[in-house]
Design a protein around this ligand. Sequence first.
Ligand SMILES: Nc1ncnc2c1ncn2[C@@H]1O[C@H](COP(=O)(O)OP(=O)(O)OP(=O)(O)O)[C@@H](O)[C@H]1O
Ligand SMILES: [Mg+2]
Length: 356
Amino acid sequence: MSKLSIRGLSKTFAGGVQAVRKLDLEVESGEFISLLGSSGCGKTTTLQMVAGFVAPTAGAVLLEGQDITNAVPEKRDMGIVFQSYALFPHMTVAQNVGFGLEMRKIKGRELGDRISEALSMVRLSGLEGRYPGELSGGQRQRVAIARVLAIRPRVLLLDEPMSNLDAKLRGEMHVELRALQRRLGITTILVTHDQVEAMTMSDRIAVMAEGGIAELGKPQEIYDRPTSEFAFKFLGQTNVIVGEIASITDGTAVVRVGSTSVHVKIADGQIGREIRLFIRPERLRLCPLEGCRIKGKILTRLFLGGVWFYEVDSDIGKLSITALHTGAAQPPEGEIVGMAWNEGDLQMVSSGAHHG
Ligand SMILES: Nc1ncnc2c1ncn2[C@@H]1O[C@H](COP(=O)(O)OP(=O)(O)OP(=O)(O)O)[C@@H](O)[C@H]1O
Ligand SMILES: [Mg+2]
């Protein structure tokens, strides 16, 4: 049995906005799931319905098999860090973190211990006596996380809890929060529009679009084998190559693209049909002209630190290519180069959906 079952959950706001449409999701006990999607796709609304702050128009939420769709938030034993994390301005950091504990009748030594523990988890030890107005945005966000962790909820709901942290601190928090979540075994749903955040922290990612789930799976699975063009583009970058099927033999199609052709594994298709193929920039490599699959001219070369970025005008269209910065000599702009890839890295997607 899943810890948390979301079944056919829908929300239409007064005024007719359909924010969430028949969303189904089973979250296993101790699992960390991210709802990843662009602004306005319904992430916060979904989380608020799970938490009990927004009443669904249809559907149900079950916690360990028990229907809690109409339960008040306080009865759900969930900790939620809101997108707008309101701290009590007139209370110190320690009082803010201790508030939920005192509501639960925890006092004395244990109260102090749980506050210190929660603050040390988010690296804010020493700031107990400060007021929210005396903290940076990122510190306030961490107090909000500590406040929720302190009550040790059965389910943790996080709505963009790290959006105000700088890149370095955010990276550290990803690792720490994930380790903490594992150690405590808290079933967690994180809402984010940051795909790196979703990738690094989650057991599974649900990519949301237009109020529903467009793609669901383990991070590497959905990155390597997205089932839609939308997911291919939303999770990282991709080149899109448009061609026409010239022939199909034993599950491999010859696809005519401009003046050349490429091969791709294909489940089904019709000769003469237009086909869209995808390959990620890091799966393309520059190589000597001899023995390459295609060739082209380097239009742009950018140094990005850890990687080089190339834009190449090739036989099959303009391509983005990234190469690790290993110290090896890199071809300059204007050079004619060859390009190659491993079979399987050039893909088609199973669904024809062209969201977004
Ligand atoms: N109280 C409300 N009344 C009417 N429409 C609302 C309300 N809350 C949200 N919406 C609309 O519902 C849709 C989904 O909103 P939601 O806040 O769930 O998006 P989100 O995915 O969390 O976006 P973001 O990444 O910007 O936070 C949006 O079109 C939004 O304008
Ligand atoms: Mg939101």
